[in-house]
Design a binder for this molecule. Structure first.
Ligand SMILES: [Zn+2]
Length: 345
């Protein structure tokens, strides 16, 4: 019987030595030390033996089982160590990798600030698609049939719709104003809302003009709005955005969708009113065209011009950002040059 046990021991240790993975290890553990193992069978077959023999066989069996358990434990540690991908121990004192944090684009920051300013005055923020149509970009807004802005020189018309008219002739929106009529048609009056977004013009780029740019427009429609309350609104918004009083002046302006129209200029903050490249050397910069909504536009929106009135404020987002940071070339904002943009974090 001792020989048999020695054989069990040799074979068992050999099996343990050849184990390749944890699954196999669990199986071998069960086979060698479990209730149905050969060692257990030996113990069960000892009833015929003398008490001395029982004692010595019992001791030997226990000794073999212990050696199996110890060997299995060592093998298990060896297998677990080989699973680790870390070749070297971890040094927790080494500084971590630097995380590159993004930041909002300065134009987005300005748009958010304006949204906050208008929301605090009870306005709603509305948005529309970048693709518009002749109907919404021009017809509804009282643009004459032969208005030069309708020509392809100024507007990007979409291929395949050039021969169509009105709502079927599609373009990239040359301004946001078309969205105001769509909003009024849907929600009616009274209304006060802003509608920021991109606008597109087919023009040569220079320090103050871009082919694609951001606009920010607001419209109030109500009964008996006085012109002076519009001026107060504009000054309030500028003060909220710049955090101080801003000198403004108002000039007559002409836009087909207004009657009367105006231009709001603010004193150039880049040069402090002395004159520079940004303000075309006259100390003022045009930041907000606008005006009283034209009766024909109210009619397109399904509203009675005898009953309702209102006014537009169109804010040049790019220009306000130029003023806020003293940047003298609008093209930098669209350059995607991180050396430039990182300064606004
Ligand atoms: Zn200037």
């Amino acid at each position: 019987m001792k020989e048999k046990l020695e054989e069990i021991k040799t074979k068992g240790l050999e099996r343990i030595e050849n184990i390749k993975n944890i699954t196999e290890l669990e199986q071998v553990r069960k086979d060698l030390t479990g209730k149905k193992s050969e060692l257990s069978k030996v113990l069960k077959s000892m009833s015929d033996l003398s008490s001395d023999e029982k004692k010595s066989i019992g001791m030997l069996t226990t000794e073999i089982k212990t050696s199996f358990i110890e060997k299995l434990k060592l093998k298990e540690e060896e297998l677990i160590a080989s699973l680790s991908v870390l070749e070297e121990p971890i040094d927790l004192t080494i500084p971590g990798n630097k995380v590159n944090e993004g930041a909002l684009h300065p134009i987005t920051q300005m748009r958010n600030d304006l949204n906050d300013a208008f929301l605090s005055l009870g306005f709603e923020v509305y948005s529309e698609d970048d693709i518009s149509s002749e109907k919404y970009a021009f017809d509804n807004l009282n643009f004459a049939k032969d208005h030069p802005a309708r020509q392809s020189m100024d507007t990007y018309w979409l291929e395949g719709t050039e021969d169509k008219e009105g709502a079927e002739r599609l373009c990239l929106r040359p301004h946001l104003t078309g969205g105001s009529v769509r909003y009024l048609q849907k929600h009616g009056a009274p209304a006060r809302f802003v509608y920021p977004g991109g606008a597109y013009r087919n023009e040569t780029t220079d320090a103050r003009h871009e082919r694609a740019f951001f606009q920010y427009e607001a419209l109030i429609v109500d009964k008996d709005i006085s012109f002076s309350s519009g001026i107060v609104l504009i000054q309030t918004i500028l003060e909220k955005v710049f955090g101080r009083k801003i000198n403004t002046r108002m000039r007559e302006g002409f836009f087909p969708f207004t009657e009367p129209g105006y231009e709001i200029d603010m004193e150039c903050l880049v040069c402090g009113g002395k004159g520079c490249k940004v303000c075309n050397h006259n100390g003022w910069i045009e930041v907000m065209p606008g005006g009283v909504i034209h009766p024909n536009v109210l009619k397109s929106a399904g509203l009675n011009p005898d009953e309702w009135t209102g006014f537009y404020i169109n804010i040049g987002l790019d220009r306000l950002v130029m003023m806020r940071y003293g940047v003298d070339d609008v093209r930098l904002f669209h350059s995607a040059d991180l050396r430039f943009l990182k300064q606004f974090k």
